[in-house]
Design a protein around this ligand. Sequence first.
Ligand SMILES: [Zn+2]
Length: 294
Amino acid sequence: MVQQTLARGFTLTGHGVHGGHPVSMTLAPAGAGAGIVFSGAGADIEAHWSRVDASNLRTRLAGDGASVSTVEHVMAALAALRVDNALVLLDGDEVPAMDGSARDFVSAIDDAGVVALPAPRRALRVVKPARVSDGAGWAELRPANAGLHLDVEIAFPCPIGRQRLALDLTPETFRRELAGARSFGFLRDAERLWREGLALGANLDNTLVFDARAAINPQGVRFADECVRHKMLDVVGDLALAGAPIIGAFRSYRGGHSLNLALLEAAARAGALALELDSAHNEGVSVTGRSLSP
Ligand SMILES: [Zn+2]
């Protein structure tokens, strides 16, 4: 299996959900071995767990005196659609929230198309179990034969409650089951988040908001279990910071960005992730556009 990049660049504009500032984001093709690189404010920051400097309710990368926040949804779309290499140019410090899901990123990547690059793709195979816990929840990676299996369970107060979802990640399952699931929160938490400088750009157009009884968004939920689907979307985006696609089985209970990233770090440091040529991750991918290889 070979590496891929975007067939052409595209630009999306919106607002950061946490900072609330308008931002323009351009995704551009990049060569083999480049990985996903966020560029802005004079700094280039590689999308890797070692660059994460905050994971409270979002994943923020930092380097060279700059930072970029809320990378998880665009990272999920890129990883799920097998875009190994791309440059993400931002004129602000946060990825635009769009509608709170990965749907607009998926549509834009699908419109642009992906092309093969003349270099083999590598994957990180889980060769032994790794697990982290924070007392309330846990996350683990276990070996699996092929692909990435995801099993995510959440437990929130009513009306969200307990939800569990398991699936094998492919471009198709991501598009169909996960991409449209939005960020969510409780109305009663909003003032506390605002005091912490978070969710300043959150509104009913980019966040699924619950009161004590139900979602207050006029259109309601997109899926009955939209929250666990969004949590799984976040997992895909956080695991994309491993540096290569993971071959293994991920499971979490009451997880989140902090646990996902702690798990990646623990697995890497324990030697639980072994780099190999990827023969397992191109299922169902239609490569469109002109090949960049001669
Ligand atoms: Zn999210």
